[in-house]
Design a protein around this ligand. Structure first.
Ligand code: FUL
Length: 474
């Protein structure tokens, strides 16, 4: 069921033209210094490295967000609708967005992102831009507004709300008439970003499956990004090209073991680009990046993004979800886990059971920090090297090491080694790695330790003291 979002690159040449416009500093390009309150570094000056905005920092600290794919595909059993679906098929029998939000909160998620419009063009809110929306369905007698219910549910459960609005639209008659459709898209975004209060993430998909004879639409990314920045200055924008958070480069749930939150924006200037260097930069970021653009790892709890009854037996297990946490959050990324509601408009019992068990396992996993209470000795050993030594309060079994950089001051570590001291005084190499960033989780064979040493052997500048945790087998 899963479809490679790279099956088609929308107007490569035109995208390149847009990119040039952006790089040349087109007037419509968002200026991060002028739009948000106290926006920090955008470019690196001598001695400075990029740092996150307050919004980017919050986004990362949330660690877990739930993706909600819901729409006409839920009722046709498809992954990509073709835009010819009748609005009448959208008929959830027991939709309850509070159930989604309660489930998310109980499982430790701090945000949710809803597909307000997927590629089929069906809008989950009553929009003035098309009749292809919930207003033409029988749901809530045509008076429903799912974006409203979603946002209200997020607020009620203390979650941040995010919205996905597919640029690719297989229904709208203006699609392919570039200026006309760009105006429609901007009008849709304006509705979404002015009617529902604070929106914390705006998600721009890079997929476009138009065939060689399909409609050619040139998206106006600079204008789109500028509009979001103006209407919701505190929102982070996701796309391959950010500008605030970037796609991690795959839908398998794996961030790079090397993962810089900095990128060179000229490598991926617009969404939907392909090529080895593009994929490498999305996955690993760039050590010499001039812009802070951390990676978001989006992956589904099921094989498909939308709910398919035939996949009810193929929901990821709790162990699998914990592994996803380690390969995303544990590699300086954020996990956007998709949990699609079914035709009732409810999350399925099996998904809920896996999420609950995942939460129990993560809580047990991180229940006991055996390094708590120890004092760390931090020593700078060279211009870009440093060492942290700590003695554990008492000998303990350890199987997870948790390293964190103070990323509000940027990301610096490029290589590290971890050694542990056994009760007999001998040192053992426990692991080596490259980047750390917000959080790097290292799994090691269970080892009895009395002390730990983390050596930073390479960094982009003088490293800052790390935070170090050691966890006992859960
Ligand atoms: C892709 C889309 O084509 C999928 O349907 C899904 O929405 C995924 C998150 O992004 O590009």
């Amino acid at each position: 069921m899963s479809i490679d979002r790279r099956t088609f690159v929308a107007g490569g040449l035109l995208a390149a033209l847009q990119a040039r416009r952006l790089l040349a500093g087109d007037a419509a390009a968002p200026d991060r210094h002028s739009t948000g309150p106290s926006r920090p570094t955008w470019h690196t000056d001598a001695g400075q490295i990029p740092t996150p905005t307050a919004a980017q920092l919050r986004w990362q600290q949330d660690e877990l967000a739930m993706f909600i794919h819901f729409g006409v595909n839920t009722f046709t059993d498809r992954e990509w609708g073709d835009g010819r679906e009748l609005p009448a098929i959208f008929a959830p029998s027991a939709l309850d967005a509070r159930q989604w939000a309660r489930t998310a909160r109980a499982a430790g998620f701090r945000a949710m992102v809803l597909t307000a419009k997927h590629h089929d063009g069906f809008c989950l809110w009553p929009t003035a831009t098309t009749t292809h929306s919930v207003a033409s369905s029988r749901w809530r007698d045509g008076r429903g507004d799912l974006v409203r219910e979603f946002v209200d549910a997020c607020r009620a459960e203390g979650l941040r709300a995010g919205l996905y609005l597919s640029p690719w639209d297989r229904n709208h008659p203006a699609y392919g008439d570039t200026p006309a459709y760009n105006a429609v898209y901007q009008a849709q975004l304006t509705e979404l970003l002015t009617r529902y209060g604070p929106i914390h993430e705006v998600w721009f998909d890079g997929a476009n499956g138009e065939g060689p004879n399909g409609k050619r639409q040139v998206y106006d990314w600079p204008a789109t990004w500028a509009l979001v920045r103006r209407l919701q200055p505190e929102a982070v924008m996701f796309s391959d090209a950010g500008p605030d958070v970037r796609w991690i480069g795959n839908e398998r749930g794996a961030a790079g073991t090397t993962n810089w939150s900095t990128v060179r924006p000229e490598i991926v200037p617009v969404p939907g680009m392909t090529g080895d260097e593009v994929m490498r930069s999305l996955q690993d970021g760039d050590r010499d990046g001039t812009v802070w653009r951390p990676g978001e790892t989006d992956v589904s709890i099921r094989p498909g993004w939308f709910h398919h009854p035939a996949e009810d037996e193929r929901v990821r297990s709790a162990d699998d979800l914990v592994a996803l946490y380690f390969s995303s959050v544990g590699r300086n990324s954020k996990l956007l886990l998709n949990v699609p509601p079914d035709r009732r408009g409810l999350l399925h019992e099996r998904d809920i059971a896996s999420l609950r068990a995942m939460r129990d396992r993560l809580d047990a996993r991180f229940a006991q920090d055996v390094a708590a209470g120890s004092t760390m000795r931090w020593r700078t050993t060279g211009p870009t090297t440093a060492r942290a030594d700590l003695d554990l309060p008492r000998a303990a079994m350890v199987d997870v090491i948790d390293l964190r950089e103070p990323i509000e001051r940027g990301q610096t570590v490029a290589a590290f080694e971890v050694d542990g001291r056994a009760p007999d005084g001998r040192w053992h190499r426990l692991g080596v790695g490259t980047t750390i960033g917000y959080r790097r989780l290292l799994t090691i064979p269970p080892t009895r330790l009395v002390g730990l040493r983390v050596s930073i052997t390479d960094a982009v500048r003088r490293p800052e003291p790390l935070r170090i945790g050691c966890f006992a087998p859960g």
